[in-house]
Design a protein around this ligand. Structure first.
Ligand code: NAX
Length: 328
């Protein structure tokens, strides 16, 4: 069996952490032939909870879990890591302005970016889940100038999966048959789920949708507002589905996307689709050999062109708030 892959997870005592760690340790992310060394990071106030999570991981006796350690020091957590999943972030508290949340969380990701820059493996793959995910990923990337920019990504896979499922339910077809979904832009309510390229058995799904009004009237708003609906129903934000999406994101990035398909990842823009460089944006990507490539030259639905740009503008507005956290 190959030597263990070192995986750091921040916010490990949180609710996404609780759904994520056990699946990773069971082999869902890296396969059943790969041992794993888990580095779990959380803040000192969460030490007791993290200790409980550690005990439960030990009690599972996972054959693939070579070792697991807990810490509140990111230098220890990120030391020589191959993969880092940055989940830990502050929730928005009552009365907190969005601007204050951006700054508070931005500070976490600027510190973690600097430390990853110092101690992570030079080819470490880093996924940011903590919100606002795109901007936090951008902050971490900018504070880690010695790591390749393309090794930083933000999670839009939950939005992508939500879009796949809504379409599958509408068509009464298995989700696995649907290919070429994309959710453009920011992981926020400006995100744009786009099914105009989607296919089932090489047929465009548009040929199968009998009431096109469903797209803008139901599909798009349902995907955009799904997170809020889950909070409304559960009293807590999405956790198991977010953990599942993080696993999907990492697995596809490492092992590759399937033939004739793509997935959505938040990645640094290269100017594709008129989105200027300088933001981390949700694009359709294919992955092979541990690298992603943005799918180019799709025909964008005319009504969507301005919407794609709105997502970019929102990301620029977010960046203005956290500009002081970027190396000048
Ligand atoms: P929880 O509040 O349950 O857990 C967050 C954990 O992070 C806590 O244990 C906390 O102590 C820890 N933490 C806070 N600051 C930290 C720091 N500086 N270093 C390490 N750990 C730190 O939140 P949870 O439901 O797990 O959600 C975590 C984040 O994911 C939130 O920002 C949430 O908004 C975001 N989400 C992102 C999604 C996406 O699709 N990108 C979807 C799900 C989720 O809403």
């Amino acid at each position: 069996m190959p030597s263990p892959i070192r995986v750091a997870i921040t916010g490990a005592a949180g609710q996404i952490g609780y759904s994520l760690l056990f699946r990773i340790a069971a082999g869902d992310m890296l396969g059943s032939d790969q041992t794993i060394s888990l580095r779990l990071l959380d803040i000192p106030a969460s030490t007791s909870v993290l200790n409980g999570v550690l005990m439960e991981l030990q009690d599972c006796a996972f054959p693939l879990l070579a070792d697991v350690s807990i810490t509140h020091d990111p230098v220890v957590a990120f030391d020589q890591v191959d993969l880092a999943i940055l989940v830990g972030a502050r929730p928005r508290s009552k009365g907190m302005e969005r601007k204050d949340l951006l700054t508070a969380n931005g500070e976490i990701f600027s510190t973690q970016g600097k430390i990853l820059n110092q101690v992570a493996k030079r080819d470490a793959k880093i996924l940011v889940v903590g919100n606002p995910a795109n901007t936090n990923a951008y902050i971490a990337m900018k504070n880690a100038p010695d790591l390749p920019a393309e090794n930083f990504s933000a999670m839009l896979r939950l939005d992508h999966n939500r879009a796949l499922s809504q379409l599958a339910m509408k068509l009464g077809r298995p989700v696995a048959q649907i290919r070429k979904m994309v959710v453009w832009g920011n992981h926020s309510s400006t995100q744009l789920p786009d099914l105009y390229h989607a296919e089932i058995n090489k047929n465009h799904v548009m040929q199968l949708i009998d009431d096109p009004a469903w797209i803008e009237g139901f599909f798009v708003p349902t995907v955009q507002q799904r997170g809020a609906k889950v909070i409304e129903a559960r009293g807590l934000s999405s956790a198991a589905s977010a953990a599942n999406a993080a696993i999907n994101h990492m697995r596809d990035w490492i092992f590759g996307t399937r033939q004739d398909d793509w997935v959505t990842m938040g990645v640094p823009s290269d100017g594709s689709y008129g989105i200027p460089e300088g933001v981390i944006y949700g694009f359709p990507v294919t992955c092979a050999g541990g690298k992603y490539s943005i799918v180019k030259e799709l025909d964008i639905h005319p009504a969507y062109r301005d919407k794609l740009y709105s997502g970019y503008q929102e990301l620029l507005e977010e960046q203005q708030v956290i500009n002081h956290l970027l190396p000048q």
